[in-house]
Design a binder for this molecule. Structure first.
Ligand SMILES: Nc1nc2c(ncn2[C@@H]2O[C@H](COP(=O)(O)OP(=O)(O)OP(=O)(O)O)[C@@H](O)[C@H]2O)c(=O)[nH]1
Ligand SMILES: [Mg+2]
Length: 461
């Protein structure tokens, strides 16, 4: 690995979350091994994030420190009568390692400490400040490298926060950051790099380039994700299948319609996961509410209504339930009434020529079916939810996401232009590749519309 740029050693007590931090910073769910037990990482392992063509930020994961009390005792016991600095103590220890075979893991950490520019010291906030941690910090300070204490498990360990901060300050560590590996927060990650900037003055510009690049990547990814969702929405709201006017045929066409939309949704989910560098395998383990690229709750299941807090009103309450593909002609245009009164011509004028196909179909005994409003709402809210989860999910996550709870927060509002969008989309069957004869997908108006939907989707997650 290139040593151009700068390098960081990730150190800390066993099981504090070092490898998890690596995974999250690298956006790599497969880096190293993560397990809820001490001694999972046995060797130093590194990976790098590119800054530009010649520079990278190298990160090195290390085994956990276990017996720091003994190690500190050994190191501070050397050269009792001479003034010898910390680095010399560490080097002396490493040169005499054969005398302490039981401290081999610790020795790996000390070597990494000496070889890198800066240290992230990962702290499990759930733990109270104990003597062994103070000893660890004293040992690390022997390396004379800038150290950033990274307070991990911020969700569960909040009660110990002040105690840890006070203790760290007493040991002269002031550049503390909070960073939870599971409940990811991009601005917390940026704080880590900003702290690095203040501690490594000669690398300030390089780190600024790095920070800028990370920010651009982050917003580009979010924009790309919103576009994927907007595309699915347009595809699904524009889809329209023609069928003859018989119960059996309509039922078959309905099933087919559901099938293509389900497929389109799982394609969208797969694309989002890939974009955020989560893999299919990670999903099954991490128990996102997604199964084999689709959602556990079937898109057309009526349970979705309650799940997403959707209330049935007006026509929908009386007639079509969720997932019943409605007859566009009768539900959307009241052509039925017009036809009864013999006003076909008037109706044609009234609904404008863009409905010509449907009217023709109606007269000839054919029908068009499309997705009803409620189904589109569910489809929309599920993607927004997934997007929100992905934005906040660290690459070290294992826990089940409690998406049920967050769904009931008031966030499930539809965009204010929702009805306007639907009206427009229903008139553009040529904007959906899900239609049998797909065409005009590169239509500039379609692309513009997708952009508009992406922008208005959610401002900030
Ligand atoms: N909830 C939560 N769990 C975390 C966090 N960070 C790590 N974990 C969990 O804590 C356990 C230990 O994480 P590791 O990353 O393996 O810890 P480590 O410091 O590399 O452990 P060793 O290699 O054994 O020293 C795993 O079960 C992780 O899933 C966090 O921020 N929040
Ligand atoms: Mg580890």
């Amino acid at each position: 690995m290139s040593k151009n740029g700068l390098s960081v050693a990730v150190v800390g007590h066993a099981n504090a979350g070092k490898t998890s931090l690596m995974r999250t910073l690298l956006r790599d769910t497969e880096f190293g091994e993560v397990a809820d037990q001490a001694g999972t990482t046995r060797h130093v392992e590194g990976s790098a994030l590119l800054i530009d063509e010649t520079n990278s930020l190298a990160l090195f994961d290390t085994p956990g420190l276990e017996d720091s009390i003994r190690l500190f005792h050994i190191l501070s016991g050397y050269f009792a009568d001479q003034s010898v600095d910390g680095i010399e103590r560490l080097q002396y220890f490493l040169a005499h390692l054969s005398e302490y075979p039981e401290l081999e893991q610790e020795a790996k950490v000390l070597r990494t400490l000496l070889n890198n520019d800066l240290i992230f010291y990962v702290i499990d906030l759930r733990e109270p400040v104990l003597g062994k941690y103070r000893d660890e910090l004293q040992i690390l300070s022997y390396g004379a490298k800038p150290i950033i204490p990274v307070l991990n498990f911020t969700k569960q360990g909040g009660d110990n926060l002040e105690q840890w901060k006070t203790q760290l300050a007493r040991l002269n560590f002031h550049a503390v950051v909070s960073f939870d590996n599971v409940h990811f927060n991009f601005s917390d990650e940026m704080k880590i790099y900003q702290k690095m900037q203040t501690l490594l003055a000669d690398k300030e510009e390089l780190l600024q380039n790095f920070i800028n690049q990370r920010q651009i990547q982050w917003s580009e990814r979010f924009n790309a994700a919103r576009e994927i969702v907007a595309n699915l929405f347009v595809e699904s709201a524009c889809v329209r299948f023609k069928t003859v006017n018989s119960e059996q045929e309509i039922e078959q066409a309905t099933l087919k319609l559901q099938q293509v939309v389900r497929k389109a949704e799982s394609k969208c989910v797969r694309r989002l996961l890939k974009l955020y560098q989560f893999r299919k395998g990670d999903l099954e383990n991490s128990e996102l509410p997604v199964e084999q690229g689709g959602w556990q709750l079937d898109l057309f299941s009526a349970d979705n209504l309650q799940e997403f807090g959707i209330k049935l009103t007006g026509n929908i309450a009386k007639g079509a339930g969720l997932g019943v593909a409605i007859d566009l002609v009768t539900a959307g245009m009241t052509l039925g009434a017009a036809a009864v009164t013999g006003g076909i011509v008037g109706a044609l004028w009234g609904v404008k020529l863009r409905y010509y196909d449907e009217i023709q179909a109606k007269i000839k005994g054919s029908r068009y079916i499309c997705l009803n409003d409620v189904t589109l709402q569910v489809l929309w809210l599920r993607q927004i939810k997934l997007l929100e989860l992905l934005q906040k999910r660290g690459h070290a996550s294992f826990d089940k996401i409690d998406y049920q709870v967050s769904l009931h927060k008031q966030k499930n509002a539809l965009p204010k232009n929702w009805s306007k969008w639907l009206r427009k989309l229903r008139n553009h069957p040529n904007w959906s590749s899900l239609n049998v004869n797909s065409a005009e997908l590169e239509d500039s108006k379609r692309l513009l519309f997708i952009e508009q939907v992406s922008v208005e989707m959610v401002n900030e997650l």
